[in-house]
Design a protein around this ligand. Structure first.
Ligand SMILES: Cc1ncc(COP(=O)(O)O)c(C=O)c1O
Length: 455
């Protein structure tokens, strides 16, 4: 009998997250204070102390609190699948595995950090959280996390997704959160942007600014972020740690790991535990491929430099691949990939030559998503469909060369609330967006000037 799913018992769920910071071949550049533009170990008072500590921790393994593990056990460990049917459909000698995070109640990997962040805020007496959301995946995950720990939540949802994905808003409201389209009339930043452009589709950068402004304006409120930050990537490593155990059960080790990157959290969660083997020389040939949209190609066409994490310059300044913090990406359906920057950890690893990057157009991405759904049954979210496109390309390259490579796909979520986008694709109405070169040039003119000598 061919084994399709590699399942871990609840007892085998990892009890610590993996922190890559002490294992990086070169230290990560510091985060800069958005006001002073000087390196600052403590970001502005956005996060609870426990999260601030994790952001810069030198501990290799950080214990997952029992209260967080107890919530994780509702859906974790998540399954690892062998994609026999996709392999057959592609007629490839490659072995394709996928680690599927769509089994969480919110339908993606996002609850892995949402539950942890809600827990630490509650423990430190915070009453209310504010956040942004793109596709609505992050907002719904945090709405669920806040519901478990009895916190209020306000979500600034990127306007284009608010209208494209009403069901995500309803999920958030079902779990008790308040949701507004961003840019909104509720903050100074939102009002300014609406005055400049009443039809602004919004962006993650704008929504982050609104959420931060709201958190600063209320004493009982902190801000919570769904990607990019070191602590978010840390919380997601439970995915890769489980996948390592499951690949062992499958008697396999990946030659290539592929994932999509918005801010980079789902993919980093999968590959960081594996990259330790590459950094330490045990798996020097391991390839790690990040996939981003052609409409928002931060790594493949952006610059590696200091930039704000948000539109209004309230968030810390990070060294990362960026298209400029004022850049508003075209309204592609992969709302979670419409972010101007990339996680500093992933940017640093790319600069060091340890991870590769590719950019894909949305029509071939949906073609790949449909091919996957017709082979494996699962309808993938548009974000990981970017990764599926590259997995298919790599598997077809194996067919050409006859190589039997093992490919691991980070399948970060299902697409049940993205069926409007599938409908557009299936009826031939979906369009590609060219890389908006002029708009990026304009946005890059607004990068912050940081003091000389900061590396
Ligand atoms: C299903 C899914 N995958 C991927 C992403 C991209 O975010 P990240 O790069 O942080 O994983 C999102 C963001 O909303 C998402 O919803």
């Amino acid at each position: 009998m061919e084994r399709t799913k590699f399942i871990l018992d609840e007892k085998e769920m990892p009890t610590s997250w993996y922190n890559v910071l002490p294992d990086l071949p070169k230290p990560l550049p510091p985060e800069l204070h958005p006001g002073t533009k000087e390196p600052s170990r403590l970001p502005p008072p956005l996060f609870p102390e426990a999260i601030n500590e994790q952001e810069f921790s030198k501990e290799r393994y950080i214990e997952i609190p029992e209260e967080v593990q107890a919530v994780y056990r509702l859906w974790r460990p998540t399954p690892l699948y062998r994609a026999y049917r996709l392999e057959k459909a592609l007629d490839t000698p490659a072995k394709i595995f996928y680690k599927y995070e769509g089994t969480s109640p919110a339908g993606s990997h996002k609850p892995n950090t949402a539950v942890a962040q809600a827990y630490y805020n509650k423990k430190e007496g915070v009453k209310r959280l504010c956040t942004e959301t793109g596709a609505g995946q992050w907002g719904s995950a945090l709405a669920m996390g806040c519901m478990f720990f009895g916190l209020e939540l306000k979500v600034y949802m990127v306007k284009v997704s608010y209208h494209q994905k009403p069901y995500r808003r309803i999920m958030m409201e079902t779990w008790g959160a308040k949701v507004v389209p961003s840019p909104s009339q509720d903050t100074e930043v939102g009002r300014r942007i609406l005055k400049e452009n009443p039809d602004s589709p919004g962006s993650l950068g704008i929504a982050i600014s609104e959420a931060i402004e709201d958190a600063f304006a209320h004493d009982d409120t902190k801000y919570s972020i769904g990607s990019v930050a070191n602590h978010v990537l840390l919380h997601q490593t439970i995915v890769g740690l489980e996948a390592m155990k499951q690949m062992k059960k499958a008697d396999a080790y990946p030659d290539i790991i592929v994932g999509c990157i918005g801010g980079g959290s789902n993919f980093a969660g999968v590959f960081l535990p594996f990259i330790k083997d590459k950094i330490e020389g045990r798996k020097p040939k391991l390839r790690i491929i990040c996939v981003e949209p052609q409409a928002c190609p931060s790594i493949t066409k952006g610059v590696y430099t200091w930039d704000y994490g948000d539109e209004a310059g309230l968030a810390p300044i990070l060294k990362m691949y960026t298209l400029g913090h004022t850049f508003v990406p075209p309204p592609v359906h992969a709302g979670g990939l419409r972010y101007h920057g990339k996680a500093p950890i992933i940017s640093h690893l790319h600069k060091l030559g340890l991870v590769e990057a590719r950019a894909e157009y949305q029509v071939p991405v949906f073609e790949a998503g449909v091919k996957f759904a017709r082979a494996e049954g699962i309808i993938p979210a548009p974000e990981p469909s970017h990764a599926i496109k590259v997995v298919i390309d790599e598997a077809l390259a194996c067919k050409e060369s006859g190589e039997k490579k093992t490919i691991l796909l980070a399948l970060s979520g299902h697409g049940h609330f993205d069926l409007g986008a599938y409908d557009e694709y299936l009826s031939g109405k979906l369009q590609d967006y060219e890389y908006p070169e002029e708009k990026v040039k304009e946005a890059l003119a607004h990068l912050p000037q940081v003091p000389n000598g900061i590396k």
